[in-house]
Design a protein around this ligand. Sequence first.
Ligand code: HEM
Length: 402
Amino acid sequence: MTPGTITAQITDYANRADPYPLYAELREQPVRREDDGTYLVSTYYEVRNLANDPRLSNDTRNRPPGYARVGHPAEETGLPPSFIFTDPPVHDRLRDTINRPFGPPHSPRFLDGLRADLATVVTELLDAFEGKDQVDIVEDFSYPLPVTAICKVLGVPREDEPRFHIWADALASSLDPRPGGDDGQEKAQRARQDMGAYLSDLIETKRRHPGPGILSALAPDMTPADLEATAVLLLVAGHETTVNAITNTTLTLLRHPDVLERFQKDPDLAVPLIEEVLRFEPPVQFVPWTTALADIDVAGTTIPKGSPVWLMLAAANRDPKRFEDPDRFDPDRKDNEHLGFYTGIHYCFGAPLARIELHAAVPELFRRVKFSGLLEDPPPYRTNAVLRGPRHLPVAIEGLTA
Ligand code: HEM
């Protein structure tokens, strides 16, 4: 690997379909310094320890000038940063507040109550496969479900999807660190403003006429600006990632017919199988927006205060020092403590929802659809290196059961 070009290789689209050989090279040196002073950490224990280290910040304003400040636009957008890009105590206060209507202990039944609705959406999507001999798993299946789910969670009208889809796309692209290009950041800034304005009107309506969903529940407890920023974050985080998770699961199973055959006979395999996909093909490949708040010693290297740090989750998930035979897709793997949802205080807020969606989608897809195979392997990928997943997944199908 040529020194100084590591981040360029990771973001290079040519490596998107199979970044794992590159990650294996990276792990040979657990902590690497890029020429511009960015540090990449790629081995399991080092990534895990750093993600749990209070000296590592998710607030990119702690970077010296000249480095990308993801999540903190240069120009005033009128919105505070969303809680993913903040540190304690602000982070913890916002996360605790938002968790109240979303999950246990205050609202243990909220997410569970979505299961029936999601099952109905899955049935409708699969019914539409009838009479077709090929479908695109992304457009026809993976995309519509998480969008419906996050709309229900928030109380956002599903029919507004064509509007916020464009904003969400621009915001998701801006998380992708493309060396040299800042067009994405400008577009994202505008998208965040437009999405914020849309949500601000919606939140105002909900304040006056509360309805189902967490925006209504949170309106009395949060400032309008904090609630808007949170709604933007959840709307974006809530669909791009899960779309990729459902698609990656489908792709991985079609590439492993032995596991697929077992799964079709034993639907209980769904739990370990889905966790194994989150290890093997994680929808968030790395977290490139952390910063060292002090000099931090990691595996014999000192990461100086102020350095941007990329935590390479997908490389850590295949670290042979942590997982036996890590390049093997193995749903029988014991002790599968993968980093697909991260770890520490920024552990994925939506993980319980994502798991409910995956379990609504995957077993039913493989129970009802008889697949004859992938039409393109590898499929065309999205450009994004962080939120990595197929743009399309064309598959041939032989039939559909009721
Ligand atoms: C399989 C699907 C998903 C995967 C793989 C995933 C992965 C991740 C990862 C790796 C992080 C850590 C990012 C960081 O610290 O900077 C994260 C954070 C987050 N995720 Fe997810 N996510 C998924 C689905 C969702 C869903 C459905 C939601 C919406 C409810 C969501 C909301 C969030 C939020 C709000 C954070 C920030 C948490 C914090 O800073 O405390 N995610 N997710």
